[in-house]
Design a protein around this ligand. Structure first.
Ligand code: SF4
Length: 201
């Protein structure tokens, strides 16, 4: 039926994995205008592109109602690619202030405020692509909450972390808990619930 792209948050890159998996050519890269183009005449609503998009920018509608609902969601979406950059790569990704080394973690967790440290691996592209949308998830946290990002080895197992990226939550030098692995934008409420459970336990 139709595919829609939320260009407010889409990287709009030639390497789009949705283009790669589309079996009909409904999604393609326009070299002249340097943008992803959609040909809904060709779209069979198979949903493959939607599954591939790590940030939920590609949405597939199966009927007109769904199309209108998705379109409205996109129209109402107040995010932009700048937010996405910050969410996915962390404010730390663009400000050295938040970036710490693995060895610095022990020093950063001594304060009595909440301290959140996202551990990730820079060489592990999948990890970067699937970073934690931490800015949005913690917007209601106390103002004195501290936030850092630490680039760690791919096989990082400290604090019993099982998968990167992981969010370590500390208070007063004590590890309250951690949430491992990627949560995409659709499951952010699950992650927020987990963070709250860790913080409030
Ligand atoms: S839903 Fe299927 S056919 Fe339509 S654009 Fe996505 S991958 Fe291509």
């Amino acid at each position: 039926m139709a595919v829609l792209i939320n260009f407010k948050i889409c990287d709009n890159a030639e390497e789009c994995s949705g283009i790669e998996v589309c079996p009909t050519g409904a999604l393609a890269w326009d070299k002249v205008n340097e943008t992803i183009v959609i040909d809904n005449e060709k779209c069979i609503s198979c949903g493959m592109c939607e599954k591939e998009c790590p940030i939920g920018a590609i949405r597939v509608a199966h009927d007109e109602n769904e199309y209108n609902e998705i379109k409205k969601e996109i129209d109402d979406d107040s995010r932009n690619t700048k937010d996405l950059f910050v969410d996915r790569y962390g404010a730390a990704g663009i400000s050295d202030f938040f970036k710490i080394e693995k060895d610095e973690i022990a020093d950063k967790i001594k304060k009595d405020c909440l301290t959140l440290i996202e551990v990730y691996n820079l060489d592990f592209a999948e990890c970067l692509l699937k970073s934690i949308p931490i800015k949005e998830l913690t917007k209601d946290f106390p103002d004195d909450t501290l936030y850092y990002k630490a680039d760690v080895d791919e096989d990082f197992k400290d604090y019993e972390v099982s998968e990167l990226p992981a969010l370590l939550i500390f208070k007063n030098n004590e590890l309250l808990g951690h949430i491992d692995g990627y949560y995409n934008i659709d499951s952010k409420n699950d992650m927020l619930e987990k963070i709250k459970n860790v913080v409030n336990k």
